[in-house]
Design a binder for this molecule. Structure first.
Ligand code: PYC
Length: 320
């Protein structure tokens, strides 16, 4: 059996964006090859997937951790390329992660306040870093793919929701109960996993058969300055502690498709932890571009070590 290659040390900068962690790999991880970010993501998955789990999974990370590998850019004028990953695989885009990456680049002295362009596997994303540290991302084009899609969920019955794209694929629904509160995360996790299984079992997909890998429960807000509160189930079974940048984008696209959110109108999305993203939609030709603003804070800088004798050096997760 081929023994996977490990660097001795991988240097990371940790942050959280409105409660959701991002671990940016800044040194030590061999660069994936490819002329596009999608090709680099595929090379990473084919040759370095053990580093993905080693960096974000236990015992060095945990299931809610989102990783971001910095690469050289592929677009003229971009500051960096970014490949996002989690405990089970790779994300096309990641809104909270992009905000974390921007604050990390600032922390490293690689950028200052102003506009920054980042390449991701689903396209270039621009962001604006304000002097107070807030970051506004201009996401990839987003849209509502299908409205009022019904799935039969064992134990729950008929669940209706919208299928929308915001850089990742979402099924957005409302549940009569439980309430979207932190003391209900276990139940919300079970129910949304059942909804995800029903979507897969009943062949409900995004455009061109794309897998829906996030389920978002939308509920009335708790904060007086918010429009709605959400619970977002991520692909690896963890829930998003932030309001989810791609989820906020998908919700805004779905609301717009219903005539419930005008271009330029603010949408304040609260998370289950009570944190907030402020978003709005812009038009670019025929495309709908979601903008999402939030704040990230640096929480640590670490040298992760991979001792050859460590039986858990490739990490582990119960998420499979
Ligand atoms: O902020 O887009 C996001 C996100 C996706 C998964 C976790 N966070």
């Amino acid at each position: 059996m081929r023994v996977p290659a490990f660097p001795t040390v991988v240097r990371v900068v940790d942050s959280h964006t409105e409660g959701e962690p991002t671990r940016v790999v800044v040194e030590g991880w061999p660069q994936p090859v490819g002329d596009t970010m999608a090709a680099r993501r595929d090379d990473l998955a084919d040759h370095w997937d053990h580093l993905r789990s080693a960096v974000v999974c236990e015992p060095r990370g945990h299931d809610a951790m989102v990783g971001a590998l910095l690469t050289p850019p592929v677009t003229t004028g971009a500051a960096a390329g970014v490949i996002f990953f989690n405990n089970v695989g790779y994300l096309g885009m990641c809104g909270h992660g992009t905000i974390g990456v921007v604050r990390t680049l600032e922390h490293l002295g690689r950028i200052t306040a102003g506009r920054v362009l980042l390449d991701t596997p689903v396209g270039a994303v621009s962001a604006e870093l304000a002097v107070d540290g807030a970051v506004t991302i201009r996401n990839v084009p987003s849209y509502c793919h299908a409205r009022d899609v019904a799935v039969e969920v064992p134990g729950l019955g008929r669940v209706v929701g919208d299928v929308a794209y915001g850089g990742n694929w979402f099924f957005i629904t409302h549940l009569a109960e439980p309430a979207v509160r932190l003391d209900q995360v276990d139940r919300l996790g079970r129910l949304t996993r059942d909804i995800m299984a029903a979507l897969r079992g009943q062949g409900v997909t995004g455009k061109d058969g794309a897998e829906i890998d996030h389920v978002e429960v939308s509920a009335p807000p708790v904060r007086p300055d918010a429009d709605a509160r959400n619970f977002v189930l991520c692909p690896g079974g963890a829930y998003d502690r932030s309001p989810c940048g791609t989820g906020t984008s998908a919700v805004m696209a779905a609301l717009h498709a219903r005539g419930a959110l005008a271009i330029g109108a603010e949408w304040r999305q609260e998370s289950i932890t009570g944190s907030l993203f402020t978003g709005w939609l812009e038009e670019q030709g025929a495309d709908l571009i979601p903008c999402v603003r939030g704040t990230a804070h640096i929480t640590g800088e670490t040298d992760l070590r991979f001792d050859a004798a460590d039986p858990f050096r490739a990490g582990f997760t119960a998420a499979g």
